[in-house]
Design a protein around this ligand. Structure first.
Ligand code: IPD
Length: 311
């Protein structure tokens, strides 16, 4: 029910802020000491002691409060024996303790803690907290009576939850002209030479740079940004701070929280090579996100009941 979801949402928001505070402390310690960083799949896939500490904090708190729920976290998953991602229909938390670990390593502030909660394999609660970017906390309950909110840490403390969408501006009629794009290239480097990464994203790059535009009517996108955190791209697109994001292949935990927020604001995740009429495309289910190349597209508007036209 909506009141249960509200409880889960409020719990996750508090937990994300607590984890953020811990992460800020860890980052200060890391800067003073030798950095403890290991490689996972390859030299661009990193894990720090901070990733593990944040995940432990979140996991322990969730399992203490909701022992009957399943928990999937980036670091426990990577360290474990289960190498196939299995999303079942029961209540499941999907957590990325630090999305943007490479940025953390370089002290670039574009790093977020992502807490997602799925029911029936659908991202239903999402909380994304960026402790180094003004303490921005994006969150949503994906439900007809839910909502999507952004609170930021202002000079007088955290602002109360402001609706992200009130309502969101429509996508430009001749999109992608005039749109702001985000692109992420994942961590898989097995298919070197790396030019293959360009091949992987060629549809996206073409769409972003074609002078003629997809409909031949001309006009380019405003620009492409790569933030190094797919969850931040996702919430920027969800909140209208961007329009379209491309991902070359990330993991479920990178985007589960962000997808709940995107869905609630009327956005959609589709194949990376959608037909010209994007709204005719079937959305990609959460269970099939991992390793896929996809686009996340901002929602257009909500009607007076707060419902998105795609619901
Ligand atoms: C990574 C980021 C990146 C995406 C990678 C992810 P991490 O997450 O989200 O944008 O392209 O696929 O692995 O490893 O920093 O949590």
């Amino acid at each position: 029910s909506i009141s249960e979801l509200q409880q889960l949402h409020d719990f996750a928001c508090k937990l994300a802020r607590r984890a953020g505070q811990y992460l800020r402390g860890e980052q200060v310690r890391r800067q003073k000491q030798t950095l403890v960083t290991r490689e996972k799949l390859n030299s661009v896939d990193l894990v720090t002691a901070a990733d593990e500490g944040v995940e432990k904090l979140i996991r322990d708190a969730i399992l203490a409060e909701y022992p009957e729920h399943a928990f999937i976290g980036e670091e426990s998953y990577s360290a474990g024996e289960e190498k196939r991602f299995l999303l079942k229909d029961g209540p499941t938390w999907i957590v990325d303790p630090i999305d943007g670990t490479v940025s953390l390593e370089f002290i670039v502030p574009m790093t977020a803690i992502s807490i997602g909660f799925c029911v029936n394999s659908i991202p239903t609660v999402g909380v994304v907290f960026a402790p180094f970017i003004g303490g921005s906390l994006y969150s949503a309950i994906h439900h007809s009576e839910g909502g999507a909110w952004l609170s930021e840490f202002g000079p007088t403390g955290p602002s109360t939850n402001l609706p992200i969408v009130s309502p969101p501006p429509p996508l430009p009629k001749d999109a992608p002209k005039g749109c702001l794009f985000f692109g992420e290239w994942g961590k898989d480097r097995r298919d070197s030479p790396q030019s293959n990464l360009v091949k992987k994203s060629s549809n996206f790059i073409n769409m972003a740079t074609e002078i003629g535009g997809r409909d031949g009517k001309g006009g380019m996108v405003h620009g492409i940004r790569s933030l190094g955190s797919s969850t931040m791209d996702m919430v920027y697109v969800a909140s209208g701070q961007g329009d379209i994001m491309f991902e070359a292949g990330c993991w479920e935990w990178d985007v589960c929280g962000g997808i709940a927020i995107l869905l609630q604001t009327g956005g959609i995740v589709v194949d990376s090579n959608p037909p010209a009429n994007i709204s005719d495309t079937d959305p990609i289910p959460m269970a099939n996100i991992g390793g896929r190349r996809y686009l996340a597209i901002r929602g257009c508007s909500t009607d007076s009941d707060g419902r998105s036209p795609r619901e």
